[in-house]
Design a protein. Structure first.
Length: 229
């Protein structure tokens, strides 16, 4: 059984909370700013989970292919897509060995999934393989040196069966080791994991700190481009 199967049923409840909704909006904005998704493009979502980003991209008019190892997470994702009548090519499989031909996609994304991969460098090399020349690879990662990273690590220490027990959280320096190509980084999610907050003030502070690319960000959005040979 895939690690995420046990968490599939309740996974989306996070997004229904005030904090979860805020975090989701911040992360999607950062991913979109780097990915620049365009209607009609072919996109691959690696580690698609319950379909959060697959559905989001399908709504924007992209041709979405998704891959994940978790049967239960994909079951939830398919139900959501069917409810919205969104057409997505769902694939159950291992991201370390993508079952797609080279140069197949205009855009490849992977959000909060690489942290759980056994060999993240291999997954990203596979992502570059299936990317078309001049295509974009955009990854969203949870960070180590932030209040969010501290919270997740503490949860894992307290409960070895916690969702984040098998996660590796990233420092900015580690990003350069993921792929041997130039990269672009955007930092965000400066609101700490608190239940009570003023949303308007939180957004203002978020934008100010993103502009400065301040330390203690809870989320990294990273882009690599595949050069045309």
């Amino acid at each position: 059984m895939a690690w995420f199967d046990a968490f599939a049923k309740d996974y989306d409840t996070w997004y229904q909370t005030k904090l979860g909704n805020f975090v989701d909006r911040v992360e999607k904005e950062l991913i979109e700013s780097l990915a620049s998704p365009k209607q009609g493009e072919k996109v691959l979502d690696i580690g698609s989970g319950t379909g959060t980003y697959s559905l989001w991209l399908a709504r924007k008019g992209l041709n979405v292919t998704a891959i994940d190892q978790s049967v239960e997470m994909m079951k939830v994702a398919k139900e959501k897509a069917e409810a919205e009548k969104l057409s997505i090519d769902w694939n159950l499989g291992d991201a370390h060995h993508l079952p797609f031909l080279g140069s197949s996609f205009d855009l490849v994304i992977s959000v909060t999934a690489i942290e759980f991969m056994d060999q993240p460098q291999l997954v990203l090399r596979e992502a570059m393989r299936v990317l078309k020349p001049n295509g974009r690879l955009v990854v969203g990662l949870l960070t180590k040196e932030s209040p969010w990273g501290e919270l997740y690590r503490q949860k894992a220490i307290e409960d070895p069966n916690n969702l984040f027990a098998k996660a590796h959280f990233y420092t900015e320096k580690e990003l350069e080791d993921l792929l041997p190509y130039p990269l672009t980084i955007k930092k965000g999610l400066y609101l700490p994991p608190v239940l009570e907050f003023n949303e308007k003030e939180a957004w203002q502070q978020e934008k100010e700190k993103q502009e400065l690319q301040a330390e203690q960000a809870g989320f990294f959005a990273v882009r690599w481009d595949k050069e045309e040979k």
